[in-house]
Unconditional design. Structure first.
Length: 123
């Protein structure tokens, strides 16, 4: 009887250990990614809009850009976001980027802290 309890306790401990170890992986489901063009900048933020063409940046108003991005998307999630960045010196309006973030404020346009930014080749 005592051995059975020890075995049950050991099994439960092993399951708990496996569960807590798997929670610490780098595959964090809360990390979100957006691809789009930088359409505006301030001293601390970049404004990225998805589902638009590069030439639209200078030809359309912000309202028209937002309308076009919504029409080109299946949902409103991460289509127009102001990202806080550590330095805007590495970026310029018109660049096509992928931005990774975690917590996104539910406004329109949305707002978030950039976790990482990669400048991509244009699609």
């Amino acid at each position: 009887m005592l051995n059975r309890r020890k075995l049950t306790l050991l099994s439960a401990s092993l399951l708990l250990l496996v569960f807590t170890t798997s929670c610490g992986t780098s595959l964090d489901p809360t990390v979100r990614s957006q691809e789009g063009y930088i359409v505006d900048m301030t001293e601390e933020r970049i404004y990225v809009i998805s589902h638009i063409e590069r030439e639209d940046i200078h030809e359309l108003t912000e309202e028209e850009l937002l309308e076009k991005s919504v029409e080109g998307s299946d949902n409103r999630d991460l289509i127009a976001v102001w990202y806080n960045v550590s330095s805007v010196d590495d970026y310029q309006v018109g660049q096509y980027v992928e931005v990774r973030s975690r917590q996104v404020l539910d406004s329109f346009p949305q707002q978030a802290d950039a976790e990482g930014i990669t400048v991509l080749e244009e699609p």
